[in-house]
Design a protein around this ligand. Structure first.
Ligand SMILES: [Zn+2]
Length: 127
């Protein structure tokens, strides 16, 4: 049982470390950074010419319960927003790792449970 106990403790240590790390991710943003093009509507602007896509705009795009949304990103905040989006991706990946460890812990405890019950049945002569 030493191994089972060590396995469970090792997994718990990893879970603890992962949760502690997750809780440091305080600047996340969901979404993707995209470039859109829009005509400004002025007849004399270059964007009104045929074949022009319009003025480019860097935007954060995301979806929530009410639908798809975008907000324009000013150039001076682009690095910060990009870091926040990246942080969210890292957060999601860590949560995925967390689920793998949670499942491992379940498996170890299932194994422990079955073995203990079997041993006790055997000791009592239950068939
Ligand atoms: Zn224009």
């Amino acid at each position: 049982m030493k191994t089972t106990s060590n396995d469970a403790k090792n997994i718990l240590d990893r879970l603890h470390a992962t949760v502690s790390e997750l809780l440091t991710f305080t600047g996340m943003l969901r979404g993707s950074i995209i470039t859109t093009h829009r005509r400004c509507g002025k007849d004399n602007c270059w964007c009104a010419q045929p074949g022009q896509k319009g003025h480019p705009s860097t935007r954060l795009a995301w979806a929530d319960a009410t639908g798809s949304k975008t907000r324009s990103i000013h150039e001076e905040e682009l690095n910060e927003i990009a870091a926040a989006v990246e942080q969210y991706r890292s957060f999601k990946q860590l949560r995925k790792n967390l689920r793998v460890d949670e499942q491992s812990l379940e498996n170890v405890l299932d194994e422990f449970e079955n073995k203990m019950v079997d041993e006790n049945r055997h000791k009592r002569g239950y068939r």
